[in-house]
Design a protein around this ligand. Structure first.
Ligand code: MN
Length: 228
């Protein structure tokens, strides 16, 4: 057997402090998972069921690499997020076992063409063009959970050109990590290599060409992206 075209490259993320790579299958993202962000987007922050969308795995952008301002938009927003990397998978994973499925954690930015997302929302169309575009998923190296444990508190922040824009704490997540993994595994068969972007706190806003975007999660790492 041979492929009729050259197979695409396997997307992957660096593992902090090693030459090893974490191979990525899917990128799941949680919508509105911090009450203050739900409120700023005009939604009721009551604990409705979590909802999910996806980005393609090849939308990953390593920390330190430039983000080329994308086409067809005039309003790209930053969304700093804790990212969970899964080492095992399955369906209907119980909450009290969910952390056993986690390989490690990273810092991600769920970059969003907000104008296209808002236009799609208004007419009930899917979010793909707003969320799942090329290089829309900057990510820091992954740190293994056996080094740092499983963070459930800690500062999550983002600054642009040194000015703080987002500043919150992981303990403000509406759906915590075990609950998110458990719920998601009821919708999809999770597989080793899946990433979950777990949602962003308040303070989202635009980036423009020339911006240096820095963000981090306490105890996990930092992510730097320059917009060009
Ligand atoms: Mn997000």
């Amino acid at each position: 057997m041979s492929y009729v075209i050259t197979p695409p490259e396997q997307p992957s993320v660096a593992v902090e402090g090693t030459e090893d790579r974490f191979p990525v299958r899917r990128i799941y993202c949680v919508g509105r998972n911090y009450a203050d962000h739900a409120r700023e987007m005009g939604h009721d922050p009551d604990r409705e069921d979590p909802f999910f969308f996806q980005k393609p795995a090849d939308a990953l952008l390593p920390s330190g690499e430039d983000f080329p301002y994308p086409s067809q938009t005039e309003n790209v927003h930053h969304e700093i997020e804790l990212v969970v990397a899964l080492k095992s998978g399955g369906n209907d994973i119980p909450e009290d076992k969910a952390l056993d499925y986690v390989y490690g954690y990273a810092v991600g930015n769920d970059l969003t063409r907000r104008d296209l997302q808002q236009a799609a929302k208004k007419v009930g169309r899917p979010w793909g063009t707003g969320k799942a575009f090329d290089k829309s998923a900057p990510i820091s190296p992954i740190v293994p959970a056996d080094k740092i444990g499983h963070p459930n508190t800690g500062r999550i922040w983002l600054s642009i050109n040194g000015e703080t824009k987002q500043d919150s704490d992981l303990d403000h997540l509406i759906w915590n990590i075990p609950e998110t993994i458990s719920y998601l595994s009821g919708l999809f068969t999770l597989v080793p290599g899946d990433l979950i972007y777990t949602g962003t706190p308040a303070g989202v806003g635009p980036v423009v060409r020339g911006d240096r975007v820095e963000g981090g999660v306490e105890g996990v790492g930092e992510l730097v992206t320059k917009v060009v």
